[in-house]
Design a protein around this ligand. Structure first.
Ligand SMILES: C[S@@+](CC[C@H](N)C(=O)[O-])C[C@H]1O[C@@H](n2cnc3c(N)ncnc32)[C@H](O)[C@@H]1O
Length: 263
């Protein structure tokens, strides 16, 4: 089951993710052909910033379909493509038969054990010549602490982020999947496969540290069950908010591939 399916503070979590990653995703979308008038699918759309970004780029003649486990309506930007939302569990539900010219998903397949079967179904759903864009973090280890005010902070930061990662793994996440997407795209029959990598800003108290603090609150009871006591979990909230904390970041892999044209 998705680790944050029933978590508190989901809006805050997703807003933080969007602020952290939307600039990288916009650059990836900039590198694609002009999508004006096309029909796209956004999977696991969260709060929908990238569905809206696609709508802006596609314009009023095209369509954006956006799907998530629990799909709420999304307002399209003025002069954007209409955004049609629908609920769908990628593990079990069939994708609608549409002539998708493009499909995008960010931080979705990482979490779902059936990711390779889903990838193959996403390729099936693309029209010939269509493009698939999958973005995921490569995050098997906690970020390294480069600077902190108190040497004890490093231990607190590393232990709690390691606990978050262990919890995600126990829920079926593959934290190394991002580095395997290029091969997975080729195996799924996509061509012109390319990968771009970007690192998020990680000086404190920045967005990445705000996200870790939020995740530690969301998963607190499970982190406690795994052996992290209240003192370390409380201290982590302070450490993650300290201006002096500087860490490495997780790398976002954006993998792009094209479905071969028919014939
Ligand atoms: C970490 S959030 C990322 C949200 C958004 N893509 C973004 O980057 O801002 C993961 C999203 O995937 C969705 N998700 C998780 N498991 C899913 C599944 N089995 N089927 C469809 N969506 C799923 C979650 O509901 C959530 O919105």
């Amino acid at each position: 089951m998705y680790a944050f399916a029933e978590a508190d503070d989901i809006t805050f979590q997703l807003e933080t993710l969007q602020s952290l990653l939307d600039p990288s995703t916009r650059m990836v979308l900039d590198s694609l052909d002009d999508p004006t008038g096309q029909e796209w699918l956004e999977i696991g759309y969260g709060l929908g910033s990238i569905a809206r970004e696609l709508s802006r780029r596609i314009g009023p003649i095209g369509v954006v379909h956006a799907t998530d486990l629990d799909a709420r309506p999304l307002a399209a930007p003025v002069d954007g493509a209409p955004i049609r939302t629908f609920p769908l569990d990628l593990r079990t539900d069939e994708l609608p038969r549409r002539p998708y010219r493009g499909i995008h998903g960010r931080l979705v397949l990482l979490h779902i054990p059936e990711r390779r079967a889903i990838l193959s179904r996403l390729v099936d759903a693309l029209e010939p010549g269509g493009v698939l864009v999958v973005e995921d973090w490569y995050c098997p280890e906690p970020p390294r602490v480069l600077a902190c005010a108190d040497p004890a902070d490093e231990k607190v930061f590393t232990e709690v982020v390691a606990g978050i990662l262990a919890e995600l793994r126990s829920r079926g996440a593959d934290l190394e999947w991002a580095a395997a997407t290029r091969d997975a795209f080729v195996e799924a029959g996509l061509t012109d496969v390319r990968v771009t990598r970007s690192d998020a800003d990680c000086a404190g108290p920045g967005l990445a540290h705000r996200l870790y603090a939020c995740n530690a609150r969301q998963l607190r009871s499970r982190l406690a069950e795994s052996g992290l006591d209240d003192d370390i979990l409380d201290r982590f909230q302070e450490v993650a908010g300290r201006p002096g904390l500087v860490t490495t970041g997780w790398r976002l892999y954006s993998t792009i591939g094209t479905k071969p044209a028919a014939g």
